[in-house]
Structure formats: C-alpha cells, structure tokens
Design a protein around this ligand. Structure first.
Ligand code: ADP
Length: 264
C-alpha cells in the first residue's frame, strides 16, 4: 500500500509540475504558430522556404498535441458527469477511427452493442478520450501490417466471490468496453509499466507515454478499472470496466384525477 501511495504522490507531483510547464509552453507555441502562419503566406508555393515553414508548422502541431495530453493528464478540475449512454459515444469514436485508419486495418464493431443498459455516470469528453487513446495504441501496434481492431461493449456482473473481479471494484454491475487488436502485443516487462506516466516504447515524436496513464486516471475517477491482457506477437485486449448507472425509476405519472360527476 505504501508503495502504491508513494506512486500516487509521485504521479501527482509530476502532474502538477508538468501542468505548469505545459501551460506556459502552450502560450509560446501559440506565438510560434501564429508567426509561422503569417510567414507562410509570404512565400510562394513550391519554394524551399515555404516547405521549411510547413515543416515548422507540422512540428508545432505535434508539440501542441503533446501539450494537450500533458494538460489533460495534470488537470485536476472536476469534469461534468452526467448520465451517459455509452453506445453513441462508442459509435462516434468508431466513425472517427474509420476515417483515419489505414485500409490494412480492418475494423470490427461487435454487433452486440447493447441498446439498453448502457448508462453510466460519466463525462462524455473523458470517455471519448479514453477510447481514442486505446484505439490509437491498438492501431499503432498493427502499423504497417494487416490487422483487426475490434471494439465491443457488454454488460458484466461481478459478485463478491468472483475471482475475475478486479480487486478495486466493488461487487455490482459494470459495462465492459473492450478494445482488441491483433498487433505486436507486449512482453511482461512492458505490461508492468504501461500505466506509468511517460513510459513509452515509441520513438520520440510518436508517443508521449501518457495515453494509458491518462486513461487509467479517468477510469479510476469514474469508479472503474482497466485490465490489459497481451500476448507478444498475437495482440492485446484492453478491458475498461465502468459502473452501470441503474436506471432511475421513471417518475410515476400523477394519478388521473377522477372525473367530477356532472363535469364537461
Ligand atoms: P504511448 O502510446 O504514447 O507510448 P501509452 O501510455 O498509451 O503511451 O502506452 C505506453 C506503452 O504501452 C506504449 O509505448 C506501448 O509500448 C504499450 N502499448 C500500449 N497499448 C498497446 C497495444 N495495444 N499493443 C501493444 N503495445 C501497447
């Protein structure tokens, strides 16, 4: 437990520090981008100068994306939670992905997305982000190869004796959002570190090492849990468990007022 607590404090400290730096850095990036855009317009197309400016802009965009992730990670503000249906969120992310995945990656949305009972108490943008981070990792693990990305949503119920229940979850009903890929998978060594902030096996500029720690933080805050199963050379499946919001009993309609005798 002590080790866990130390990890939490360390993570928080890194988060706060990184958040401060990221914020200032973001402003500076804004200035660089603004002037680069202005300069770009001064150069005619197909000149080396214009190409160089385009490279500067591309790099600044990447830096902005990195900063955004760091800010998300360190942000402590409360998000707005509301009763949220997961199916539409999943569908929206799938639509975005379909447009951006290379054609070598086949996408498969498990048909059995339940139409009812998919209610959770959650912040839509945060859930969107969790799913995007997982899907991006999955796509990356299959890069340059044929592969299949599968997203499934199914209800699960854990009772107190269930050996498959993640320890941090209390018994009850959950939604299991699973993202599965047929990519390169992970060794045990890597698997043990994937939730550490800034842990990445990707080249500089391709990964920040924040995707899974951000996802983990969000899911934990929502009273859920993440479990990752991976087989080197075979693929990976990530399960996100979110507590189901038991549907609130519909308000009883007022009893029909008895018709007064003689009324019209
Ligand atoms: P990043 O993707 O920026 O590296 P993450 O925190 O999202 O940061 O992931 C950390 C590491 O976990 C990745 O660098 C990669 O080694 C590993 N990883 C995450 N998802 C997968 C996956 N679906 N398949 C294989 N490896 C993965």
């Amino acid at each position: 437990l002590e080790l866990q607590l130390r990890q939490v404090h360390k993570t928080e400290a890194i988060g706060t520090l990184a958040g401060g730096i990221a914020h200032d850095f973001n402003n500076i990036l804004g200035i660089i981008m603004g002037y680069a855009e202005l300069a770009r317009m001064e150069f005619p197309r197909e000149t080396t100068a214009r190409e160089s400016i385009d490279e500067v802009l591309k790099a600044t965009h990447r830096a902005k994306e990195l900063v955004r992730q760091i800010l998300d990670f360190s942000r402590t503000r409360e998000y707005e939670r509301k009763p949220l249906r997961l199916v539409p969120v999943v569908k929206e992310v799938l639509k975005l992905l379909r447009a951006s995945l290379p054609s070598s990656i086949e996408m498969d949305q498990a048909e059995e997305l339940p139409a009812v009972g998919d209610l959770v108490l959650a912040d839509p943008t945060q859930i969107h982000q969790v799913l995007m981070n997982l899907a991006t990792n999955a796509a990356h693990a299959m890069r340059g190869k044929e592969g299949r990305l599968r997203v499934a949503l199914s209800p699960v119920s854990f009772d107190s004796l269930d050996p498959t229940r993640p320890v941090e979850l209390s018994p009850g009903k959950y939604l299991d959002l699973a993202v599965e890929d047929t990519g390169h998978g992970m060794s045990q060594d890597i698997l043990e570190r994937i939730f550490d902030p800034y842990f990445t096996t990707k080249k500089a500029g391709e990964g920040t090492g924040l995707g899974l720690s951000v996802a983990h933080g969000i899911v934990k805050n929502h009273g859920g849990a993440i479990r990752v199963f991976s087989e080197p050379g075979q693929g990976t499946v990530v399960h996100v468990y979110l507590p189901v919001l038991e549907s609130v009993e519909p308000v009883e309609p007022p009893a029909p007022s008895s018709t007064l005798p003689g009324g019209n």
